[in-house]
Design a protein around this ligand. Structure first.
Ligand SMILES: Nc1ncnc2c1ncn2[C@@H]1O[C@H](COP(=O)(O)OP(=O)(O)OP(=O)(O)O)[C@@H](O)[C@H]1O
Ligand SMILES: [Mg+2]
Length: 459
C-alpha cells in the first residue's frame, strides 16, 4: 500500500543527474528524457557551474558535452575522477569524433553518446549508470579476491579491475596462457553495472569461419539451408550484459571488419535480415598473443585494435608473482581436496621451493594441473618434488608410453593415461593454448575440450 506521503518521500529522494551542455535544445531534450524516466535533472551550461553543483549536491550520474564555453568536458571527467570517483560521468561527443570518446574513456568516463543523441542509447546508458553498485550493495569489490595473490602486481591488477568495472569502456586483457584473463573478465562483469545481464564468453578460435557471422549476429528463418528457425547470435545473447571475445587474435580478417562495424554502430544485422537491430553490449576481449605485433604484421586490423584496446589490463605471469605461489598452492589444494572429500595434503619444503623456482609457462592453470595430477597419483599424505612432475626437472620421467600396463591396470585406465599424457604434451608444446594444441593433435577444439573434461584435465 502506498500513501501519498510515501510517494512524496520517494519523490524527494529521486535520483539526481547533472546535465552539462551549453545548447539549450539539448539540455531540454536530456532533461525531458530523464524526468520521464522518473529521475530529476539539474542542467547547467559550463564547467564552472558544473563544478559548483557537484560540490553542493549528490548525483548518481553526470552527462556532459565535450566542448563547453569555459573548458572541455574532459576536464570535468578528470575533476570527477579526483573528487568523486564513485560518480559515473558520460560524455556526449560530436558525430564521428571517436578520438574524443576514446580519450574520455581512457580518462575514466563511464561511457559516451554520439550526437545526434539517440534516446534509446541515452536511456540504456542512464539505466546502466544508476544500476552501478553503490557503496555497500551488490557484489562488493571483495569479489576480486577470487583473484588470489598479495604481490604488488596482483594488487594493482585487482585495483584496475575494480576501477574499469565501474565503466562501460572496452577492455583488452593481455597476458600469457593460464594467467587468469577469463577470470578477470568475469570479475569485471560481476562488479559492474551489467552484473544482472549475461556474461557470454566466446572463443573466437573455436568457431568455423563459415559459421562465424551467424554465430555472432544470429540469423533469420530461411537465411540458409538448415536455418529452420530464427536464431539469436552472441551479440543478442549478451544484450544488457558483457560479450567476452576470447582469443580475439584468431578472428579472420573478414570477420574483424564486421565486428568493428557492430561495435562502432552498436547495431547488428542478422544473416538473411534486411534491417539492423540495435544491441547494447559491453565488449571485453583477450588473447595470449601480442595483438600489437599482429597489427604491425597486418594480421589484425589497426582500427579494430584501437576500438578494443581502450583500456588495457595486463595479467601478470605467475613467475612475476612468485611470492604468491605458497598462497595459491594452499588454496588450490584445499579446493581440490574438498572436491575429493580428502584432507588437503602438505608439500615438503623441497617441493615448495621447486614450485617457487619453476618458470610456469602455463601460469596458474599449469599450477592447478600440476597439483591436481600430484593429488591424483599421491600414495602418501605429503607431496614431494617427484610427485610434481615438473617439466624440465630431473625426475620428469613419466612412465614411457609404450610400457605395458602393470598387472592390475585395466585397458581403459591405460588408454586414459596415454591419452592424458599425449594431450598434456601437446599443451606444454603450445604453452597451454588449447586452440593450438587441438590443431597439433588434429582434433577439433570441442573434441579436445571434451576429452580434457573426461580425463579431468580441466581447470
Ligand atoms: N590469481 C589467480 N587466483 C586464483 N585463481 C587463478 C588466478 N589466476 C588464474 N586462476 C585460475 O587459473 C585458471 C586459468 O585461468 P583463466 O582461464 O582465466 O586463464 P586465461 O588467461 O584465460 O588462459 P588462456 O590464455 O589459456 O585462455 C582458472 O582456473 C582460474 O580460475
Ligand atoms: Mg582464457
Amino acid at each position: 500500500m502506498s500513501t501519498r506521503n510515501e510517494r512524496k518521500n520517494r519523490g524527494e529522494a529521486a535520483i539526481k543527474v547533472l546535465v552539462v551542455d551549453d545548447e539549450p535544445d539539448i539540455r531540454e531534450l536530456l532533461d525531458l528524457t530523464l524526468v520521464r524516466m522518473g529521475l530529476s535533472a539539474d542542467c547547467v551550461g559550463s564547467v564552472t557551474e558544473a563544478k559548483r553543483m557537484l560540490g553542493e549536491n549528490r548525483y548518481r550520474l553526470c552527462l556532459t558535452d565535450m566542448r563547453l564555453p569555459d573548458g572541455e568536458g574532459l576536464d570535468l571527467v578528470r575533476h570527477i575522477g579526483e573528487h568523486t570517483p564513485e560518480l559515473p560521468v558520460a560524455v556526449i561527443t560530436a558525430y564521428g569524433s571517436m578520438e574524443n570518446a576514446v580519450s574520455a574513456l581512457k580518462a575514466g568516463a563511464f561511457d559516451y553518446l554520439a550526437k545526434p543523441v539517440s534516446l534509446d542509447k541515452l536511456r540504456n546508458l542512464v539505466k546502466s549508470a544508476i544500476e552501478l553498485p553503490q557503496h555497500g550493495n551488490g557484489d562488493s569489490p571483495s569479489a576480486t579476491q577470487a583473484l588470489l595473490g598479495d604481490s604488488p602486481a596482483m594488487r594493482q591488477t585487482r585495483a584496475l579491475i575494480e576501477r574499469v568495472a565501474r565503466s562501460l569502456a572496452p577492455v583488452y586483457i593481455s597476458g600469457e596462457s593460464g594467467s587468469g584473463k577469463e577470470l578477470a573478465a568475469s570479475l569485471i562483469h560481476r562488479l559492474g553495472a551489467r552484473r544482472e545481464g549475461s556474461f557470454i564468453a566466446v572463443n573466437c578460435g573455436a568457431i568455423p569461419e563459415t559459421l562465424m557471422e551467424s554465430e555472432f549476429f544470429g540469423y533469420r528463418k530461411g537465411a540458409f539451408t538448415g536455418a529452420e528457425n530464427e536464431r539469436e547470435g552472441f551479440f543478442q545473447a549478451a544484450g544488457g550484459g558483457t560479450l567476452f571475445l576470447d582469443e580475439v587474435a584468431d578472428l579472420p580478417l573478414a570477420m574483424q571488419v564486421k565486428l568493428l562495424r557492430a561495435i562502432q554502430e552498436k547495431r547488428v544485422r542478422k544473416v538473411g535480415a534486411t534491417a539492423e537491430d540495435s544491441v547494447d553490449v559491453r565488449i571485453i576481449c583477450a588473447t595470449h598473443q601480442d595483438l600489437k605485433a599482429l597489427v604491425d604484421q597486418n594480421r589484425f586490423r589497426q582500427d579494430l585494435f584501437y576500438r578494443l584496446n581502450v583500456i588495457e589490463l595486463r595479467m601478470p605471469a605467475l613467475r612475476e608473482c612468485r611470492g604468491d605461489i605458497p598462497l595459491l598452492v594452499s588454496r588450490i589444494l584445499e579446493r581440490l581436496a574438498k572436491v575429493a572429500a580428502l584432507p588437503a595434503p602438505q608439500l615438503t619444503p623441497a617441493a615448495l621451493s621447486a614450485l617457487a623456482e619453476y618458470s610456469f609457462p602455463g601460469n596458474v592453470r599449469e599450477l592447478e594441473n600440476v597439483l591436481e595430477r600430484a593429488l591424483a597419483l599421491l600414495s602418501g599424505d605429503v607431496i614431494d618434488v617427484a610427485d610434481l612432475h615438473l617439466a624440465g626437472a630431473a625426475q620428469d620421467s613419466v612412465e614411457p608410453l609404450v610400457a605395458l600396463p602393470g598387472d592390475q591396470l585395466q585397458l581403459q585406465e591405460h588408454l586414459d593415461r596415454v591419452e592424458s599424457q599425449v594431450i598434456l604434451d601437446a599443451l606444454k608444446k603450445t604453452r597451454f593454448n588449447r586452440t593450438a594444441a587441438a590443431k597439433l593433435l588434429g582434433v577439433t577444439f570441442r573434441s579436445l575440450r571434451y576429452r580434457m573434461e573426461r580425463l579431468g584435465l580441466n581447470d
